[in-house]
Design a protein around this ligand. Structure first.
Ligand code: APR
Length: 310
């Protein structure tokens, strides 16, 4: 393949993302993990599936970073996932150290790459990666909104018994329970869901979306969601690799947009070969603005915690 993506962390999210990237024949994949044998074993296993899955993507696993050199995109999933009773924010001290180290290793070897951050707490980890990489803001992007809006879409489709393909959903804000799903901009075949279901059902779906990660953690007990997070990261990677310019909700570094400064938060962006090529600002109601402010305050709180850790 003429494109190369490195995935850091060969655990549940990372290995699933590697599988999807290869099976969609988007790029060659380098899988890196700190645990000896895991990235090598998983990439060999995926390579042996290739004749059956009919793809010619090359996969390689490593415990070092030299193989990652000159990647077009680096997806960072390294870190620990949550267990029942933990919030994403409880992961901050462990994952901040891992994120800083990993980012420095990849940034020096792939100075032109776009970074897609997946490790939690997401918005805070984007700050760590932004500072550690010293990359321009358009090349450090957090994966959260695509996952949150996919969850919202899945719940809308279940509720109305329609194809997921006919649904579209909008979620703004931080990747936590203060996230801001926007029913007004969430549609089925272009019709806002506010015209398709009563407010009480919308409220229930919004609540389930905001707590979607915790619902999976509660069921799995030993880890957190990975199929949908991997799909979301790969959708972002595809839009960048193919320069598709999809409009997707992603965590982006804001400098004045939506009234926030020096903060990563989920907003609609245009994703193309340069990473974030535009931040789309939409009109919000007073209630939506207040919800977004609350979400931004939560992210700011985590950012302040990072300073205390440093
Ligand atoms: N360098 C490289 N890999 C590391 C490092 C490190 N310093 N530290 C940990 N890892 C690896 C682990 O060895 C493990 O294989 O990161 C991987 C994480 O995989 P899982 O434990 O399966 O976690 P996963 O479900 O993939 O979630 C990873 O994504 O969604 C978020 O909250 C989630 O922060 C978590 C991350």
């Amino acid at each position: 393949m003429d494109k190369k993506v490195t995935v850091i962390g060969a655990g549940n999210v990372g290995a699933t993302a590697a599988q999807r990237l290869a099976e969609k024949e988007l790029c060659d994949v380098v899988l890196i993990d700190i645990v000896e044998g895991i990235p090598q074993g998983k990439s060999l296993d995926l390579t042996e599936a290739a004749p059956i899955e009919k793809h010619d993507a090359h996969l390689r696993g490593s415990n070092g970073y030299d193989e990652s050199a000159d990647s077009d995109i680096v997806i960072i999933t390294a870190g620990i996932p949550r267990k029942p009773g933990m919030s994403r924010d409880d992961l901050i001290s462990t994952n901040a150290g891992i994120m800083k180290y990993v980012t420095q290793e990849v940034a020096s070897r792939s100075p032109e790459a776009v970074l897609i951050i997946v490790s939690n707490p997401l918005d805070a980890m984007c700050h760590v990666a932004y500072e550690a990489s010293k990359f321009p803001k358009n090349r450090v992007i957090g994966m959260a909104g695509v996952l949150d809006s996919a969850r919202f879409r899945a719940f809308i489709a279940m509720e109305l018994d329609v194809s997921v393909e006919s649904t579209h959903a909008f979620v703004l804000g931080g990747h936590g329970d203060t996230m801001v799903p926007l029913p007004r901009y969430s549609t089925v075949a272009g019709i806002p869901i506010t015209e398709l279901m009563p407010q009480a059902r919308i409220d229930a779906l919004v609540d389930r979306t905001a707590n979607g990660g915790a619902e999976i953690v509660g069921l799995l007990k030993t880890g957190s969601a990975y199929y949908a997070p991997a799909s979301a990261a790969v959708e972002m990677a595809e839009s960048i690799l193919k320069d598709k310019k999809k409009i997707l909700p992603c965590a982006a570094y804001l400098e004045g947009e939506y009234g926030f400064n020096d903060l990563f938060i989920g907003v609609p962006v245009k994703l193309g070969k340069n990473g974030i090529e535009d931040i789309i600002e939409i009109e919000l109601t007073e209630a939506e603005k207040a919800a977004l402010k609350k979400s931004a305050d939560a992210v700011q709180g985590l950012k302040d915690d990072l300073k205390k850790l440093a």
